[in-house]
Design a protein around this ligand. Structure first.
Ligand SMILES: *Cc1c(COP(=O)(O)O)cnc(C)c1O
Length: 307
């Protein structure tokens, strides 16, 4: 074989059509099957024991393996009775879009091409949808874990104004940030990855409605300042993973402005409630955030990964 082209385009085309039909049938019938079924030990052992291949295998053989060993043992999020409710199910339309994107295989790191303009358009639409100003920018990433990390990094490098942390690193500065007790685990991991340390994330207790307690937040910040720490960030959650509660976002926005803190919102699934006339008022203040993380692969049901 010369180059990367298939040896036989017609065979590959026929196989591709079969895969498409099979997968559409599978998605269409998903509700009739079990939500989830355990993987037989022999199947699991097959993955564990498989040696590193020393030569290539025909695509139809790999497809057969997929239909026997992978397809029946999926996580279950496509099923209408899957109750992990922040987890998106995907759509057949999204599946086709993934095929088109893979066919183009675009690298969005820069250069002059239409796919990068599509990303910019989606970011502009997202900002507009969430009530952010036209000057807002963003980037598509794998999910809110990565988006929250970028938020923490941006906040720590930018506040207070004039620090040279990007060049000089943290050195002996004692930066601390604040999030509710029930904030997602990725916020603490973001502090770890950013080199700030997980102790630098202060966990604020929740009030009776499972929202961040503003009075306690105020006293924690005052105590930290008195002890020589440098508060730089407060993270509000718009839809916690345990109860779905929404922190007092408008109060947090005003408080952060007064205190010179960066206000970041983790709106992983809940930010999209802004599209509902009934629930949008619960998110008032979210649009004043300095940064926000949200996912399209949860309530918006796009294929993973889309943050
Ligand atoms: C899902 C979720 C995350 C993590 O998002 P990923 O897309 O899985 O990286 C963070 N915060 C909240 C509130 C979430 O629901």
């Amino acid at each position: 074989m010369a180059g990367l082209d298939p040896e036989n385009w017609e065979e590959l085309r026929a196989l591709g059509h079969r895969m498409l039909d099979d997968m559409l049938d599978n998605v269409k019938a998903v509700a009739a099957g079990p939500v989830w079924q355990p993987m037989p030990e022999s199947v699991r052992q097959g993955f564990h024991d498989a040696p590193l291949p020393q030569s290539g295998a025909p695509v139809d053989q790999l497809y057969h393996q997929f239909t026997q060993q992978v397809l029946p043992y999926a996580v279950g999020n496509r099923h209408p009775r899957f109750m992990g409710w922040v987890h998106g199910g995907g759509t057949p339309q999204g599946m086709l879009a993934e095929m088109l994107a893979a066919g183009l295989n675009a690298n969005l790191g820069g250069r002059d091409h239409a796919p990068v303009e599509v990303e910019r358009m989606v970011i502009r639409w997202t900002a507009s949808m969430l009530g952010f100003p036209e000057t807002a920018t963003g980037v598509l990433v794998t999910g809110s874990s990565m988006a929250n990390f970028i938020g923490v990094i941006t906040a720590s490098r930018g506040v207070p104004a004039g620090v040279k942390m990007r060049a000089e690193g943290i050195q002996s500065r004692r930066l601390v940030g604040y999030a509710g007790q029930t904030a997602h685990g990725c916020i603490a991991r973001a502090f770890d990855l950013a080199g700030l340390g997980t102790d630098a994330l202060r966990r604020v207790p929740m009030d009776a409605a499972f929202r961040m307690d503003m009075d306690v937040l105020r006293s924690m910040i005052a105590e930290d300042r008195a002890a020589g720490f440098e508060p730089f960030l407060v993270v509000g959650t718009a839809g916690t993973v345990d109860t779905g509660s929404i922190d007092p976002l408008a109060d947090l926005a005003a408080f952060a402005r007064d205190e010179g803190l960066w206000f970041h919102v983790d709106g992983a699934f809940g930010a999209l409630a802004r599209l509902s006339a009934e629930y949008a008022p619960a998110l008032a203040g979210m649009e004043q955030a300095n940064s926000i993380a949200l996912d399209f692969h949860k309530w918006a049901q796009t294929p993973y990964d889309a943050g």
